[in-house]
Design a protein around this ligand. Sequence first.
Ligand code: HAM
Length: 421
Amino acid sequence: MFDRPRGTNDWGPEDMAKRRFVDSRFIQLAESFGFREVSTPTFESLELFTAKSGPAIVRELYAFKDQGGRDLALRPEFTASILRFYVSSLRSLPKPLKLYTTGNAFRYEEPQKGRYREFSQLNAEIIGGAPLPSDAESLALAIGTMRAIGLKQVKARIGNIGILRSFLPFPPADQAVVLHSLDKRNFPMLEAELARLGRSDLSTPLRKVIDLSGDVSILEIAAKLLGGAAKEGLAYLRDLAGLLDGYGVSRSDYAFDMGVVRGLDYYTGMVFEIDSPNLGSEKQVGGGGGYRLAEVFGGESVAQTGFALGLDRLVMAAEAEGTIEPARPLDAYVVPIGDNARTKAIQVLTTLRAAGLGADIDLVGRGPSKNLDYANAIGARFAVLLGEREIKAGRATVREMSTGAQREVALDDLVDVLRDV
Ligand code: HAM
């Protein structure tokens, strides 16, 4: 017996049906928004992730050397991979490029409920649009996905990290440490870092800024508190609210929150996080915003924005709110009775499958009553019983599993009968 590695999961058929329910809604909505799917490798050069974040990120990664001595890492997210792909191969495609991807990602984290070392994300990026309409489109897809899953309790927090950055006249590495301490609300670390940088005076205003949250009216309060430097960034958020109205995103679905800092280093503009209040400590189901990565990877400067939703957490939220529709049951379980019936039964099975019905057949050679027990246990809608007598007459006995009602049906009518009921 072997155990799974810590922080990983096995997903059984019922789990997978729930996961498919959720990710298919994202895919459907993303495609209806004009996003197209891409796929990138599960592992990348380690440097792809350290280029922006520096070597400190390595302890959060699954980093390793391959047999050729190359430094690699399992992807902790998709954005860096997609921007690498964009810079190397997709630059000549018409812009804006709207790309989505789904799959697993890996982070060396302390596992707990809703936080795993291998998890899955639903990810979307817009490259080369104008920032404001692209940010609005991205947010509308993120919030719309939650709605499409049936979630009622959606709370997005929208901020602008550009405003915070404008308060921090430090080299990027120092700015990152200060932002990290703000993200974690680690105030001793904040004080120590600002003291080291000789700017302890910034502590009070920064702490005031990150406490600003509320509806669109807080943007006025923020403007008074923050002065000229923040004017543009706050006007941007006000305009964003106007565009979100157009998408039908309700103002009660989001708040403005100047304390949204994000854990990743590449964000430069509007940033957001979405919570599902049912989930306890790991309630953040998604996050994203405007960022600069193409430039870090040698590409020209274009606007980039996007988000990722955590599939594992979305499924937990959908379970908590009871929104997951049951998977489609098997339409027919075919039961050959007697050895001579099997070939004909396989033909009937194949016809049903070709007609798009879900159909399965006895593979064990059980007797009819054991087979009916099995059909019941797997939740089949109908059992189709085929004995030699029925076959000779060109007919089958169809049993509706929920009621036990049985009737004989001509094989030619079988597809229609199973479809209709
Ligand atoms: P992130 O906030 O790091 O953003 O991750 C997005 C979501 O992935 C989180 O809100 C959470 O639901 C899920 N997630 C993250 N880590 C774990 C974990 N250890 N276990 C379970 N779920 C987890 C990004 O990854 C950015 N790449 C988003 C983005 C795209 N920004 C711009 N474009």
